[in-house]
Design a protein around this ligand. Structure first.
Ligand SMILES: [Mn+2]
Length: 361
């Protein structure tokens, strides 16, 4: 099978006029096969990575709603819940947290005729759903924009340059002749805003803006989205960000900014451990910092590390060495049966080497 990333069609930047026209229908054989599988499927499971983010959830909702229009039976099932700030996007019961003990969940997964895996480059990212998805007899189609980790899906529709998986979902909807309405536009815009850092990250391209123009024309409201996602935080969460900003440490002569926080630290401040991740955009805001490292102890022996690049360091390469993945500018990994302190020491040392090398280059 050819490497999908080299052949995946992408709307031409030159021909795409702002605010006009659907993205060019994907034309190569891989995409044609994937689109045909989506078109003929009648019972579809859609899933994504553990701890779904805005792109993961928004992509799922838009694809599910689009496929439902064709009379298909579609279930969105994830290993864990999405952040509560995205609840407003969902209808009651629209997204299920997969329960391996629930016969209804297992039965649907085992009798569906297609499993669509979104925003995931490796089965391992499905965490508690991995085994059940692998065992499901239906073919698995992956739609994703992460760096290819060589994982074998039945079909992988991928474009590493895409700003968000949602941009690929929009290409799919366009190619299958779907019309945009608010039910599709709202989650797609939330997804693109999330994955482009509100149109600021390196992945932000003409396709992101052209898609956004169409989604806004279909009724999505950027300001309302911002208010609901970013401006509804409990005071404890904002105060914890303040404490974590104070605790930020610099290494490698100011080229690496890093922080280690535990679930206990967060709990002491009345916060959920996932709210620690609010610090991440700030890591690379410091002048001279090339790499940001956020080490979070989720539980005894479970450490999750987020890596961010200011531009020169490929943090995907760093994450990959530790068994993780992601993108060139944003990546991460999990470590088990190790202390947060030990993991932090190892990854900060590696980040310092990478940052120093980049500074010399
Ligand atoms: Mn994504």
């Amino acid at each position: 099978m050819p490497r999908p990333s080299s052949t995946t069609p992408r709307p031409s930047r030159r021909s795409e006029r702002p605010g006009r026209g659907a993205s060019r229908p994907p034309a190569d054989a891989l995409w044609r096969r994937g689109l045909e599988m989506l078109r003929v499927a009648r019972r579809v499971v859609i899933t994504t990575h553990v701890d779904p983010d805005g792109d993961a959830l928004g992509s799922e909702l838009a694809l599910a709603r689009f496929l439902c229009r064709g009379g298909r039976e579609v279930r969105v099932m994830n290993a864990t819940a999405h952040p509560p700030e995205y609840d407003f996007l969902t209808r009651r019961g629209e997204v299920r947290v997969f329960d391996p003990a629930a016969a209804a969940d297992r039965d649907f997964l085992n009798t569906c005729d297609l499993v669509v895996i979104l925003d995931v480059s490796r089965y391992g990212r499905l965490a508690g759903m991995e085994e059940a998805v692998r065992r499901a007899p239906a073919p698995k189609v992956c739609i994703d924009h992460h760096v290819d980790e060589g994982e074998k899906f039945d079909l992988r529709l991928a474009d590493e340059r895409a700003c968000a998986t949602a941009a690929l979902v929009l290409r799919v909807i366009d190619a299958l002749g779907g019309a945009l309405d608010l039910r599709l536009a709202e989650p797609l815009l939330a997804a693109i805003v999330a994955d482009t850092g509100s149109f600021r990250f390196q992945s932000t391209d003409g396709e992101a803006f052209a898609a956004a123009a169409r989604l806004v024309a279909a009724g999505a409201e950027p300001h309302a989205l911002y208010r609901r996602v970013d401006c509804a935080r409990p005071i404890a969460r904002v105060r914890m960000l303040g404490r974590n900003l104070r605790a930020l440490r610099l290494a490698a002569g100011g080229r690496v900014a890093w922080l280690r926080v535990s679930r206990r630290d967060a709990a002491r401040q009345g916060c959920d451990v996932k709210e620690v991740y609010d610090i991440i955009p700030h890591l690379t805001r410091v002048a001279g910092v090339e790499v940001g490292v956020c080490v979070v102890e989720h539980g005894p022996g479970e450490v999750r590390v987020s890596l961010r690049s200011a531009g020169r360091v490929n943090v995907h390469a760093l994450a990959q060495r530790m068994g993780g993945g992601g993108h060139r500018m944003a990546a991460g990994f999990s470590a088990f049966k190790q202390s947060g302190r030990a993991v932090a020491r190892r990854i900060v040392a590696a980040a310092c080497v990478a940052a120093a090398t980049a500074a010399r280059g």
